[in-house]
Design a protein around this ligand. Structure first.
Ligand code: NI
Length: 182
C-alpha cells in the first residue's frame, strides 16, 4: 500500500515518535508499505512520521544508487537507539521527501553505532560509516521530530524561508502523492 507523504508544516513531523510494542502492529507489513511508498517517490530513506504514523520505525534502501556499497543497503530499523557518533564532521547536501525541492548542506559525524530491532524483532547493534551513516542519522532525526533544515546556517535558512512557507501552505510541485499540511 502506498501512503501519501506528509509535508513540512505538518505537526506529525515535529513529534517525538512512540516506541513500538511487539504485538502492537505488523511491522513487516508496515515496513513493506514504507519501502513501496519510498520507492514510488524515489527516496532512499523514509521514517514513519513521514506517512503520518508517529512510531519509531524507519527504512532505508540504497539499491537505486549506482554506488556498490549502497546497492545492498536495504534495512528496517525499529526502536533504534543511536549509541554514539564519532569521526570527522563532513558536509553533504541533504534533501527530504517531506521538504520537496529544498536541499542544504548538513554537517554530520562520519561513523555511528546503532542498536535496533529488525523486521523479525531480532535485536542488532551495528556500525555504519559515510553515506550509510548519514542516511540513518537523517531518518533517526525524523523519529525524534528533527528535520535536516534545523541544521542549516542562518543565512541558508533565510534563503529557503519562502520555499518552506510555500510548502507549509501546500504549494509545492511533486511527482508523488502528498498530504498537504491542513
Ligand atoms: Ni527526510
Amino acid at each position: 500500500m502506498i501512503y501519501p507523504i506528509f509535508l513540512y508544516g505538518d505537526p506529525v513531523l515535529r513529534k517525538k515518535c512512540d516506541m513500538i510494542y511487539r504485538d502492537e502492529l505488523d511491522v513487516k507489513t508496515l515496513a513493506n508499505d514504507m519501502f513501496e511508498t519510498m520507492m514510488k517517490a524515489d527516496g532512499i530513506g523514509l521514517a514513519a512520521p513521514q506517512i503520518g504514523i508517529s512510531k519509531q520505525i524507519f527504512v532505508v534502501d540504497g539499491s537505486s544508487l549506482e554506488d556498490e556499497e549502497m546497492a545492498s543497503f536495504k534495512k528496517v530499523f525499529i526502536n533504534p537507539i543511536l549509541n554514539h557518533e564519532q569521526g570527522e564532521l563532513w558536509e553533504f547536501e541533504e534533501g527530504c521527501l517531506s521538504i520537496p525541492n529544498v536541499r542544504g548542506g548538513v554537517n554530520r559525524k562520519s561513523t555511528i553505532e546503532i542498536t535496533f530491532y529488525d523486521e523479525n524483532w531480532i535485536k542488532r547493534t551495528e556500525t555504519f560509516k559515510g553515506m550509510q551513516a548519514r542516511i540513518i542519522q537523517h531518518e533517526y532525526d525524523h523519529i525524534q521530530g528533527r528535520l535536516f533544515v534545523d541544521y542549516l546556517s542562518s543565512l541558508k535558512r533565510k534563503l529557503i524561508k519562502n520555499k518552506l512557507s510555500e510548502i507549509n501552505k501546500g504549494n509545492t510541485d511533486v511527482s508523488y502523492e502528498v498530504k498537504r499540511p491542513s
